[in-house]
Design a protein around this ligand. Structure first.
Ligand SMILES: [Zn+2]
Ligand SMILES: [Zn+2]
Length: 160
């Protein structure tokens, strides 16, 4: 999705709502973070306040991830908010502003790089995930495997 903001850049006081989604087929695999299950739905606005153009939006998406403890796949919904200053002038860019060549903003690129920053690199299917048995590899969420294991966590907790 490319947002054409040429007119907005030229007219102080102008604003434009963003209410759309980036379809699944335009989304690739998230390296190391899983894959998208739903389109990314976006809402927010771009506005020109006294010549300064800013973008505020929130992105909502469900990502299929692999649990770091039990290795099962699970779907999790994420919602994050982002704000950026937009600039179509390459010479006035800084670390915080997003370059819009000719007043055009590549929304897909921006949203995906924003999400990559926010998505936690570690994901656990649920807070009390029991993980895998270190001996036999069984998923302990599905019941105990009968291996003789020291209850390391429980013991260190009772010592305090
Ligand atoms: Zn798990
Ligand atoms: Zn076991």
């Amino acid at each position: 999705m490319i947002l054409q903001l040429k007119r907005l850049f030229e007219r102080a006081g102008d604003q434009k709502d963003i209410g759309s989604e980036i379809p699944l087929e335009e989304l690739g695999e998230f390296v190391g973070c899983g894959s998208f299950v739903t389109p990314i739905s976006l809402s927010g606005k771009v506005q020109n306040i006294a010549g300064m153009v800013s973008l505020d939006y929130s992105a909502e998406v469900t990502v299929r991830r692999r649990c770091d403890r039990c290795l099962d796949e699970f779907d999790r919904e994420y919602r994050f908010g982002f704000s950026h200053i937009l600039s179509r002038d390459e010479s006035s860019l800084n670390d915080e502003s997003v370059f819009c060549p000719g007043g055009a903003l590549n929304m897909n690129e921006l949203v995906i790089s924003d999400l990559l920053v926010e998505l936690p690199t570690k994901a656990v299917c649920r807070d009390d995930c029991k993980g895998l048995c270190p001996k036999c590899g069984k998923n302990l969420n599905n019941g105990s495997c009968g291996c003789d294991l020291p209850a390391a966590v429980g013991r260190s907790e009772t010592e305090f």
